[in-house]
Design a protein around this ligand. Structure first.
Ligand code: ADP
Ligand code: MG
Length: 600
């Protein structure tokens, strides 16, 4: 047994090495093309390339906001405007003495960072298009201020853009400056994208409740991302001012904002390479077909429609050869419970979660109506009852999603706060969902790694710069996730996109993700739904083994056999109230339960 375990990381290492090379080739080609471009000695192409690099500096940051976090920031051109005017005004000496253009550019970045956070704040409360409207509104305000504040911006007449001195003088020197900054922006955002912060962003986008249950605090993370995206937008603005050599408010159009946004969607959400190519294509396309310039907006719209309809995953999906290889047809999930010893900490002593007199109403519906419940470590506690009897709601109260009207909830005798789902991970309370909440576009391994987000030590900045602490985090998270996958029997699918898997496999992925917290308590919401008889048997053995390692399990289930097989105690709910509680034998003999629920 030991040597099969040992061979797992080695095999994964070999495939990921190949995968890495496959992923790097496009970058190497792109980098070489960018470096060699001046050999063409065509200044027109040079200007287009400068523009593409500048747009990408902005879009790189916006990509984290739109592509990763799924926030519809459609008016991000405002950051370009702010950065452009800040850099231009400071360098031209319109505010005090003339600044060195490089310093002025840095100031443009700072300005972008500040306003990136300010514009981003509404995203913490507003949903989708309401947030989209606030970003658009802000873009309009910035343009109006630029028009009105004549002393600094020159109003409608405009102001000259900065000229950067040695070593990045106008021409190919400036091109290399833009290229280097674009490369740095790519590197930093790709580092974020492949760190636990990037995975957390995608989790917020596609499985927000699962992200919270894994301890991901959305506000803090989004603020960091808006700060970075704003700073990059501001820097792009300073470069843009230099490219234009003279800026007026109408240089910053709504169409540009749409271009940035669409380039990301065309590229593919949650990818870096795709949006880079999207930005290059959208910048260059109208230029190379001069008659098309006045049609550019129309072109973008057609391209976007075509992509959404034909390749919803964008360019990134087209380039994702790895996920086009067919999967084995008749796959089996064979958990290896002997690995649990390493996945869980054998908890010393006894722990408990105690609910007392919990009541929760949704309008007139009494979802829970005065419930007492105790979950103890090392035991499987079954929670059964007809549909709508309040099982999931009970789980949600324990997970901190709802604040009940009355009642208390204690962990080892101390009050646990209601209303804080993301705080549960720190108590090592993990859960799965009645409908699996999985990031379909991420790999199985990445999905499981999301579960361990709170164990990471590196800060956002450390991750952005790929410093040693972040690399250590990644290594540990990857190892732990591979081990969790091996435990539930899915390690052979680690590199596969999660949306290619079968329903039963998603249920086991959720358990693997929950194991990443090394949970003291694990709550499972109908884990056997949709599983075959054989799979249910294996699931039962896995759950039992988890409880033997000291974890307290709360098992919501409909399959009576499974419940009576593995539970130590059972609570039967009806209309939010306890109908019966006791050992499986007692419940099986309970007359009311048998007649109302189990069916005689
Ligand atoms: P179970 O998981 O036992 O099938 P639930 O806990 O999901 O039942 O639901 C219990 C009752 O509360 C049902 O009547 C359901 O319609 C209601 N309910 C659950 N969640 C909500 C909600 N967010 N808003 C309104 N009613 C809800
Ligand atoms: Mg339910």
């Amino acid at each position: 047994m030991t040597d099969t375990t040992a061979s797992t990381p080695a095999r994964a290492g070999a495939t990921s090495w190949l995968g890495k090379l496959e992923g790097k080739i496009s970058w190497i080609l792109l980098g070489l093309a960018g470096l060699a471009l001046p050999l063409l000695d065509d200044s027109y192409i040079g200007v287009i390339a400068q523009r593409a690099c500048i747009y990408w500096v902005l879009s790189a940051g916006l990509n984290l906001v739109v592509g990763y976090a799924g926030q519809i920031a459609i008016g991000w051109v405002s950051m370009l405007t702010l950065g452009a005017y800040t850099t231009a005004a400071l360098a031209a000496g319109r505010v005090g003495a003339e600044w060195n253009p490089y310093l002025a550019l840095a100031a443009g970045g700072v300005m972008g960072a500040i306003f990136g956070v300010i514009v981003g704040l509404p995203a913490l409360r507003l949903r989708t298009f309401y947030f989209a409207m606030t970003t658009l509104g802000f873009a309009t305000i910035v343009t109006q201020v630029a028009l009105a504040w004549k002393d600094v911006t020159g109003g409608g007449v405009g102001t000259p853009g900065p000229t950067f001195p040695w070593p990045f003088e106008p021409g190919w020197g400036f091109y290399y400056f833009c290229f280097i900054l674009a490369a740095v922006a790519t590197w930093m955002t790709a580092n974020i994208g492949s760190s636990r912060y990037g995975r957390a962003l995608v989790a917020i986008r596609d499985a927000e409740v699962a992200a919270e249950a894994s301890g991901i605090a959305k506000p803090k993370l989004l603020i960091m991302v808006f700060l970075l995206a704003g700073a990059l937008g501001g820097v792009a603005g300073g470069l843009f001012a230099s490219l234009q050599s003279y800026i007026t408010p109408d240089a910053f159009t709504f169409e540009m904002s749409v271009l940035f946004f669409i380039a990301i969607l065309i590229g593919g959400r949650g990818s870096i390479l795709g949006p880079v190519l999207g930005t290059i294509i959208l910048t260059a396309l109208p230029e190379f077909a001069a008659p098309l310039v006045q049609w550019s907006t129309f072109l973008y719209a057609v391209l976007l429609l075509a992509i959404v309809l034909l390749v919803p995953g964008g360019i990134a999906d087209l380039l994702d050869f790895k996920n086009r290889r067919p999967l084995t047809q008749h796959r089996e999930i064979v958990p290896r419970t002997e690995l649990l010893k390493r996945a869980l900490d054998k908890t010393d002593g006894k722990h408990s979660i105690v609910l007392k007199d919990i009541a929760l109403h949704f309008g007139g519906v009494r979802a829970i109506d005065g419930l007492d419940l105790e979950i103890r470590s090392g035991e499987v506690h079954g929670l059964i009852g007809p549909n709508g009897s309040g099982k999931t709601t009970t789980l949600n109260v324990i997970s901190g999603y709802y604040r009940p009207k009355t009642g208390t909830m204690k962990l080892d005798g101390a009050d646990m706060p209601f209303d804080q789902p993301h705080a549960r991970a720190s108590y090592r309370i993990a859960r799965t969902f009645q409908t699996p909440r999985i990031v379909g576009a991420a790999s199985v391994l990445e999905n499981v790694m999301i579960g361990g987000t709170v164990h990471g030590q590196a800060t956002f900045t450390e991750a952005m710069l790929s410093l040693p602490r972040n690399r250590r985090d990644e290594k540990l998270l990857r190892q732990a996730a591979m081990q969790a996958l091996a435990t539930v029997g899915l390690e052979s699918l680690a590199d596969v996109r999660a949306d290619r898997l079968q329903h039963s496999e998603l249920r086991f992925i959720e358990i693997a993700r929950a194991l990443m917290l090394r949970p003291a308590f694990l709550m499972l919401d109908e884990p056997a739904a949709g599983l075959s008889t054989e799979e249910i048997k294996r699931l039962g053995a896995l759950i039992k083994a988890i409880s033997r390692e000291g974890t307290g399990v709360l098992l919501v289930e409909h399959h009576a056999d499974l419940i009576f097989d593995i539970c130590d105690r059972v609570t039967v709910l009806n209309l939010g109230k306890e109908l019966a509680a006791g050992t499986p034998a007692e419940i099986r003999a309970h007359r009311e339960v048998v007649s109302a629920y189990l069916g005689a």
